[in-house]
Design a protein around this ligand. Structure first.
Ligand code: PGA
Length: 253
């Protein structure tokens, strides 16, 4: 049985007072333990603050990105060991904004995935197609390629301590959402790919959906058998909306 996971990706948003309010409001409304795991992904500079606020609570902490390198002359980068030291247990890897706006290739993504695991962090590997790729019928090929880059660089066993997030690029921040059937088809294909290499790892793999998930569409997406939670951008900045999605996820547990 996979416990649902709902992670809030704050992206480049927040301030100390706004974060304090948001985190306190989330903490006041998290579902009962065991029903749904809840996670927040604040910008780097706030991680230490938020780690302190989350201490002794069930809400987990993740970074939005990580350096591929462990240390050295890489100005502006933050290593996986540093994130672990601050209290992060997870980090996003290969979010579509990193891939498209910052030129991260599949190879870089695979390097970051490995760097995260080497420092004991659980990577949340983001995959997903653009609108033109979907329209060209390439959705599965793109997702396969993104997944294969990581599997080739490590192995299927690496997915025993990882999470996958399917985020169709055309649905991120656009208000467009994949239908539950569209999302389920990709989630199920991802699980089948992994199952071909290791059935047990596939069965336990948490696969999140991301892309304009909101209180109004969360329940029907989360009801699909291979959708194990959500990676939430915009709606994670409003405690009430984020908690409504967590409640919908808890309802499927
Ligand atoms: P969105 O973002 O919920 O605002 O579409 C999701 C994400 O980018 O992780």
């Amino acid at each position: 049985m996979r416990t649902p996971l709902v992670a809030g990706n704050w992206k480049l948003n927040g301030s100390r007072p706004a974060n304090a309010q948001l985190v306190d409001a989330v903490l006041a409304g998290v579902p009962a333990a065991g029903k749904c795991r809840v996670m927040v992904c604040p910008p780097y500079v706030y991680l230490a603050d938020i780690a302190q606020r989350l201490q002794g609570t069930s809400v987990e902490l993740a970074a939005q990105d990580v350096a591929e390198q462990p240390d050295g002359a890489f100005t502006g980068e933050v290593s996986a060991a540093m994130l672990a030291e601050l209290g992060c247990t997870h980090t996003l890897i290969g979010h579509s904004e990193r891939r498209t706006l910052f030129g991260e290739t599949d190879n870089v993504t695979a390097g970051k995935f490995i760097a995260a695991q080497e420092a004991g962090l659980i990577p949340i590997l983001c995959v997903g197609e653009t609108l033109s790729e979907r329209e060209a019928g390439q959705t599965q090929a793109v997702v396969d390629r993104q997944l294969a880059a990581v599997l080739d660089a490590s192995s299927v066993h690496a997915l025993a301590t990882a999470v996958v997030a399917y985020e169709p690029v055309w649905a991120i921040g656009t208000g467009l959402t994949a239908t539950p059937e569209q999302a389920q088809a990709v989630h199920s294909a991802i699980r089948s790919r992994v199952a071909a290499a290791d059935a047990k790892i596939a069965e336990n793999l948490i696969i999140l959906y991301g892309g304009s998930m909101k209180p109004g569409n969360a329940a029907e997406l989360l009801a699909m058998p291979d959708i194990d939670g959500g990676l939430i951008g915009g709606a994670s900045l409003v405690a009430e909306d984020f908690l409504a999605i967590c409640a919908a996820a808890a309802g499927t547990a």
